[in-house]
Design a protein around this ligand. Structure first.
Ligand code: GLU
Length: 504
């Protein structure tokens, strides 16, 4: 049997380091066994998926050097490799499940489902579908479908007993069927949900081993039901421990930069990041910390995966990357620096912001450091802005973070727009809101224009610097943060009301 593994990212945001980690383990496992590693794009969530995000994920995986044998860009024998292009396959296969009674059309309205949920919550039950449409005779269901009645297709899930999920690392995991919802497999628009498309594709693409994050273990019972319903052999499941913040919570961009683009931008080398990700949950037989991708492939076995939640620790990553950087020859180092940011493509982005402020070329040294730095060395004194108390400044910077987070596009116009709205939301003049932000981003009271600068340094570095400024101003209690959240919710409400009033 040829081992075939896959990484199946959903293109709904920046390429996450967690995707790099899971991709690396799948890659190393497949290559260790002389097998194939496949890239499949799971864009079933049409509202949130974008081609831009897909492109960035591909770019980051390429940057890491995890080349795939089959994928949406290079094709392959099991294509297409983008789920949005496989609708006909899912439409055909769902019929089988309806015919053999493992799935059923459900005509319940959103209103009924909403009421059901509320009632269940009031009774302190787990919310979930109650099986109402499961009992509609097939002839009646067929008539209603023919008459054009909106419906979804749901999976029939037993209400009693336990499902046994065989997991390579955990052995047999028991999950009560009552915990598992009667999952929608096909939406009203005839497009599949993740669960259905994922199982169909893993089977049709010949995936033998599914190495994925442990957050999916609770979905495995639905997946196993589907394999059984089709009469297909399930792959070997191996749920990998999730990456964690230093406080052991799930790695999240609220606490840590999570985008691979961030690490590339601050000058982490791909071999440094790969090596670091390889050490998450896995170790070399001789426990050495520094190893190449090929060395990892040579020694990779699932048995050396450890289950303790691996902590993504920036200091450790920096340290390991330093080993790689210092080992480069001077020529290689020069090449890497040029590729990173000392190149005309990057300089051309900065020049429009600095040329007008330049008398002699050496002025660039003072004008541009914040384009080449990661985090800045800020002091509370630098951040001090007249009129604003430090805690109020922290609150405003936090609101800015929340507001920027909601905006999917990152460019000068969208940043400007968000900040203008945020000033209104906080009842401040734009100038007042921008003063602390300006220092947080550029490290100076006078520097290059803010919006353009934020566009160039990117979302992740901007976010990290704002967070750093908040931390520099002192610790914040959980209680204070809760109060800010409440006030923010109220401000948003007032703001929406005011806008409505303006339009009326
Ligand atoms: N699209 C899912 C994700 O983004 C894939 C999960 C899986 O590997 O089954 O995590």
């Amino acid at each position: 049997m040829t081992v075939r593994t896959r990484i199946a990212p959903s293109p709904t945001g920046d390429p996450h380091v967690g995707t790099g980690y899971i991709a690396l383990f799948n890659y190393a496992f497949a290559k260790h066994h002389g097998g194939q590693f496949i890239l499949r794009i799971e864009d079933t969530d049409q509202l949130r998926s974008t081609r831009e995000s897909e492109e960035k994920i591909l770019q980051s995986l390429r940057w890491l050097g995890l080349d795939w044998d089959e994928g949406p860009d290079i094709g392959g024998p099991c294509g297409p490799y983008r789920q949005s292009e496989r609708s006909a396959i899912y439409a055909e296969l769902i019929k089988k499940l309806i015919d053999n009674g493992t799935a059923f059309p459900c005509f319940c309205t959103a209103e009924r489902l909403d009421n059901l949920r509320k009632e269940q919550l009031a009774r302190k039950e787990n919310p979930g579908y109650d099986g109402c449409c499961m009992h509609i005779p097939p002839e009646e269901a067929a008539k209603r479908i023919a008459a054009g009645e909106p419906h979804v297709i749901r999976l029939k899930v037993p209400r009693e007993g336990k499902c046994i999920v065989p997991d390579y690392l955990r052995g047999n995991v028991e999950i009560e069927w009552s915990q598992i919802d009667m999952q929608v497999l096909m939406k009203t628009d005839g497009l599949p949900t993740y669960h259905f498309a994922n199982v169909v594709d893993d089977h049709l693409m010949g995936i033998t081993h599914v190495l994925r994050g442990e957050e999916w273990i609770s979905s495995a019972p639905k997946h196993l039901l589907l394999y059984k319903a089709f009469g297909w052999e399930p792959p070997v499941f191996c749920h990998l421990p999730l990456l964690r913040n230093p406080d052991k919570s799930k790695l999240s961009k609220r606490k840590n930069p999570t985008s691979m683009l961030y690490y590339e931008r601050i000058g982490i080398l791909p071999e440094g990041l790969l090596n670091y990700l390889g050490r998450m949950a896995w170790s070399m037989p001789d426990d050495r910390e520094k190893f190449t991708l090929q060395e990892m492939i040579d020694h990779f076995t699932l048995d050396r995966i450890s289950m303790g939640g691996p902590v993504f620790d920036l200091d450790k990553l920096n340290w390991l990357n330093g080993l790689w950087v210092r080992e480069l020859t001077e020529d290689q180092f020069a090449e890497r620096v040029a590729k990173w940011a000392i190149n005309s493509e990057f300089l051309r982005k900065i020049i429009p912001l600095v040329q007008v402020r330049t008398e002699k070329l050496s002025d660039l040294g003072n004008l541009t450091p914040h384009f080449f730095q990661g985090l800045l060395n800020l002091t509370p004194e630098q951040l001090a802005v007249k009129k604003l108390e430090p805690q109020e400044m922290q609150r405003l910077l936090t609101v800015i973070l929340w507001e920027l987070e909601k905006e999917p596009a990152w460019n000068t116009a969208t940043i400007e727009n968000v900040l203008k709205n945020t000033a209104e939301l906080c009842h401040l003049k734009l100038r007042e809101l921008l003063a602390p932000l300006f220092v947080a981003i550029t490290g100076k009271a006078v520097s290059t224009p803010l919006y353009q600068t934020m566009e160039i340094i990117g979302r992740d570095i901007s976010r990290a610097r704002i967070r750093q400024a908040i931390d520099t101003l002192g610790p914040i209690s959980k209680k204070t943060e809760k109060e800010w959240e409440k006030r923010y919710a109220q401000d948003l409400k007032d703001y929406a009301e005011a806008k409505k009033g303006e339009q009326a």
